[in-house]
Design a protein around this ligand. Structure first.
Ligand SMILES: [Cu+2]
Length: 109
């Protein structure tokens, strides 16, 4: 595979970022999007969400059990940070209750 093709595929798939040794990963809310928009972490790792937009967000975490398996982290004002610990193996989706474009996927392995 050429480097150019590999880069194009990486862009299409989004970037998955590895967690630091400390077991935390910083996620930025900016421009009504989450960066990174996907992450692979270990059980017990935490994501730290920082609202760098000028609007209120409302992060909602949906666990491996589907729509009924969710935690609403509440309203988050600009400049505020909140942390969520991922305690179970599987696929999570994270999204803002207010802005559909603010979303990411999290794999806990
Ligand atoms: Cu939002």
């Amino acid at each position: 595979m050429s480097n150019r093709l590999a880069i194009a595929i990486a862009i299409l798939l989004g970037f998955t970022v590895a967690v630091s040794a400390a077991g935390t990963l910083k996620v930025i809310q900016r421009g009504l999007a989450l960066t990174p928009d996907s992450a692979t972490i270990a059980k017990g790792d935490r994501l730290i969400f920082t609202n760098d937009d000028d609007v209120i967000h409302n992060i909602h975490v949906f666990g491996p059990g589907g729509e009924d398996d969710s935690v609403d982290l509440g309203l988050q004002k600009p400049g505020k940070t909140l942390t969520y610990k991922f305690d179970r193996l599987g696929s999570y989706r994270v999204r803002c209750n207010i802005h559909p474009s603010v979303k990411m996927s999290v794999q806990v392995k």
